[in-house]
Design a protein. Structure first.
Length: 118
């Protein structure tokens, strides 16, 4: 199982940008589909963006056109670029990974808090 550690969270004003990073260890990320989830206070965890081993990225409707997910299999990193941030983007963001044989994401980071203030 791969170990994941997120970084890059913080406080930003409406319209600002942040880039979240997720560093992996224990296994090569080239074997995994990767995702970024978020959980806002009092709400369920939701999938924000995902990137397969090969193929097309996917985004939640709420972040399309504002967020970008990318991966660097050499550095064993995955990133979430967040632009034009809104107060409703405030949440703890989690990096997750699953192998192509898995139905569910089964490796998770500890989360990083993003706070967007108006």
């Amino acid at each position: 199982q791969v170990q994941l550690v997120e970084s890059g969270g913080g406080s930003v004003q409406v319209g600002g940008s942040l880039r979240l990073s997720c560093a992996a260890s224990g296994s090569s990320l080239r074997l995994y589909r990767l995702g970024w989830y978020r959980q806002a206070p009092g709400k369920q965890r939701e999938l924000v963006a995902s990137i397969p081993v090969i193929g097309i990225t996917n985004f939640a409707d709420s972040v399309k056109g504002r967020f970008t997910i990318s991966r660097d299999n050499v550095k064993n990193m995955v990133y979430l670029q967040m632009n034009n941030l809104k107060p409703e983007d405030t949440a703890v963001y989690y990096c997750a990974a699953k192998t192509q044989l898995s139905d569910l994401y089964d490796s998770w980071g500890q989360g990083t808090l993003v706070t967007v203030s108006s």
